[in-house]
Design a protein around this ligand. Sequence first.
Ligand code: ATP
Length: 234
Amino acid sequence: MLEITGINAGYGDVQVLYDLSLQVGEGEIVALLGANGAGKTTTLWTISGLLKPTSGQIRFENRDLMSMPAHHLPDLGIAHVPQGRGVFQTLNVLDNLLVGAYSRRAKAGRKEALEMVFGLFPRLHERQKQEARTLSGGEQQMLAIGRALMLRPRLLMLDEPSLGLAPVVVETVFEKIAEIGRTGVAILLVEQNLTQALSIAHRGYVLETGRITIQGSTVELMGNEYVKEAYIGL
Ligand code: ATP
């Protein structure tokens, strides 16, 4: 579904991604793992078209994403939840969600999408009139994911959904992500929290200083001695 081949990208003269290749198949949950500054966010920005790579290829369902402006991606069914959530603080929950259904493709199915989001996140339904800034961190993360789901995406890209959340809340958020995956939405999950990410992912890639160093199934990564030592602390 998503096929990235040999991407080189960075900011000005500073190269951040080196010859990066990765794939996400239909309905797959794929984790992109790595420490602070490895280039995970940069990878998502590059896929979203917010950062132009200097070379390489990005294709989604055989279409060349690199020749497309970033604002066309939602109409293809690609949604991106940025790090830090980016919900509209002074809008209430309902309006935040409705803002999410701005693409031509999403506007038509807005009512059904809202029902689906409220079904997945009953808490958002209960709090639909509440201003986003008064929600807890976990609720804001759910709102950010809910807003992306209003696009009825086929590929959902999540940038560190566990960031700043208490462990018990992280668990709830990951259960919801797994549930979204079970509905057939493909997910590219960027995470520093390797154990949590691999608890729901089918496959993963480890990114280190801009290069993919290890890739494999969840079982392979969990059993990899280097991964265990460097990322799981075993
Ligand atoms: P984190 O988990 O801390 O978010 P990350 O793996 O997502 O890290 P990136 O945010 O992609 O990493 O950053 C990769 C490198 O690119 C870092 O060295 C960072 O300083 C640099 N970088 C990120 N954004 C910019 C920018 N706007 N201008 C210049 N350099 C940047």
